[in-house]
Design a protein around this ligand. Structure first.
Ligand SMILES: CC/C=C\C/C=C\C/C=C\CC/C=C/CC(=O)SCCNC(=O)CCNC(=O)[C@H](O)C(C)(C)COP(=O)(O)OP(=O)(O)OC[C@H]1O[C@@H](n2cnc3c(N)ncnc32)[C@H](O)[C@@H]1OP(=O)(O)O
Length: 280
C-alpha cells in the first residue's frame, strides 16, 4: 500500500537541472497521493553548495504551496552518502558578500525545513556529517540504514569551527542537553546503533528497507489530521525558530566575522587538504 504514496523529485545542482519548462510542473500530475521524494543529487558527496541550498528551498516552497502534497521523504541519490554537509569550498577564500549570501541560504533552508507544514521523513542512506545531519534533524522522523560506515552527527569542532546556536538547538531538541553537549564538544559521529541509542535517529533498518520503512512511517504520520499535527509541530518548534528569525542579520554578521578569521580559514583549508590528500 505504502508504495502507492511515492513520487519523485530530484534536487541537484542547477547546472544539472532539466530545462525550466520541465522540472516541477510534472509534480501535480504525478503526485496525487500527496508524497514527494526529494533526492539530493550533487555528486560526488552531496555537499550543500549555494546552488543546492537554493534549489532545495525553491523545491520545498513549491511543494508547500501545492496543496496536493502532505509529505516529503528526504533521501540521497549518491551511493553511501546522505550529504557531506555544507560545501566547505563556499566558506574558504571567498568574499564577504559571498559568505553572507551563503549563510543566508543556510538559514533559509533550515527555517523552511524546521517549520515545514509537510511531514518530513529522512531516509538516511549514507554517511551524514554536520550539515547533512542537520537536514535530517529538521525532519519529523529519521530512518537510518544499518551500515557501520553511515556515521551521523554534528562534527563541526573537528574542523575547528563551531556549530551555531540554532544547529545546537536542533540537536538539543532531539537528543536532550547532556547528549548534545557531549556530542557537540567532541564532534561525535555516531555509527547507527549508537545513533539509535542516543535518539539521534528513530529507527535503524537494513539498507534495502530504508525507503519502504520511510513510506510506512509516512503513512502513520499522514493518518493524523493535518491541522492538528501542524499546529502541534509549530508549538514544539516555533520558539526555537523564532530565536533565529529575530536575529538573522546579527547571525550573518557573526558568521562573517567568524569565518573570515585567519585561524578559521586556515583550519578549513587544512581540513579540505586532508580530504583531498586522503586519496593520494
Ligand atoms: C560562539 C560561536 C558560535 C557560532 C559560530 C558562528 C558561526 C559558525 C561558523 C561556522 C559553522 C560552519 C558549519 C559547518 C557545517 C558543515 O556542514 S561543515 C562540513 C562538514 N563535513 C564534513 O566534515 C565531511 C567531510 N567529508 C568527508 O568526510 C568525506 O568526504 C565523506 C565521508 C563525506 C565521503 O568520503 P569519500 O566517499 O571517501 O569521498 P572523498 O572524501 O574522497 O570526497 C570526494 C570529494 O569531495 C570533497 N568533499 C568532501 N566533503 C566536502 C564538503 N563538505 N565540502 C566540499 N567538498 C567536499 C573532497 O574534498 C573530495 O574532493 P576532490 O575530489 O579530492 O577534489
Amino acid at each position: 500500500m505504502a508504495q502507492d504514496l511515492v513520487d519523485g523529485l530530484l534536487i541537484k545542482a542547477r547546472s544539472h537541472l532539466p530545462p525550466p519548462s520541465e522540472p516541477l510542473g510534472k509534480l501535480s500530475k504525478r503526485d496525487r497521493k500527496g508524497v514527494a521524494v526529494i533526492k539530493l543529487k550533487n555528486p560526488p558527496v552531496n555537499s550543500l553548495s549555494l546552488e543546492v541550498l537554493t534549489e532545495f528551498v525553491i523545491s520545498l516552497e513549491k511543494l508547500e504551496n501545492d496543496k496536493t502534497f502532505r509529505g516529503v521523504i528526504v533521501t540521497s541519490d549518491c551511493p553511501g552518502i546522505f550529504s557531506a554537509g555544507l560545501d566547505l569550498t563556499e566558506m574558504c577564500g571567498k568574499s564577504q558578500a559571498h559568505y553572507a549570501e551563503f549563510w543566508r541560504a543556510v538559514q533559509e533552508l533550515w527555517l523552511r525545513l524546521y517549520l515545514s507544514n509537510l511531514v518530513l521523513i529522512a531516509a538516511i542512506n549514507g554517511v551524514s556529517p554536520a550539515g547533512g545531519c542537520l537536514i535530517s534533524l529538521t525532519c519529523d522522523y529519521r530512518v537510518l540504514a544499518d551500515n557501520p560506515k553511515y556515521n551521523i552527527g554534528l562534527n563541526e569542532t573537528l574542523l575547528g569551527v563551531v556549530a551555531p546556536s540554532w544547529f545546537k538547538d536542533t540537536l538539543v531538541n532531539t537528543v536532550g542537553h547532556r547528549t548534545a553537549e557531549r556530542a557537540l564538544q567532541l564532534g561525535l559521529l555516531f555509527p547507527p546503533a549508537e545513533a539509535l541509542r542516543v535518539g539521534m535517529v528513530d529507527q535503524v533498518v537494513p539498507e534495502d528497507q530504508v525507503h519502504s520503512t520511510a513510506l510506512s512511517v509516512m503513512a502513520q504520520w499522514l493518518a493524523v489530521p493535518d491541522h492538528a499535527r501542524q499546529l502541534t509541530k509549530s508549538l514544539m518548534r516555533k520558539p526555537t525558530a523564532d530565536r533565529l528569525v529575530k536575529q538573522r542579520d546579527a547571525d550573518i554578521q557573526y558568521f562573517l566575522q567568524f569565518v573570515s578569521r585567519d585561524s578559521i580559514q586556515k583550519s578549513l583549508r587544512m581540513y579540505l587538504d586532508k580530504l583531498r590528500q586522503k586519496k593520494g
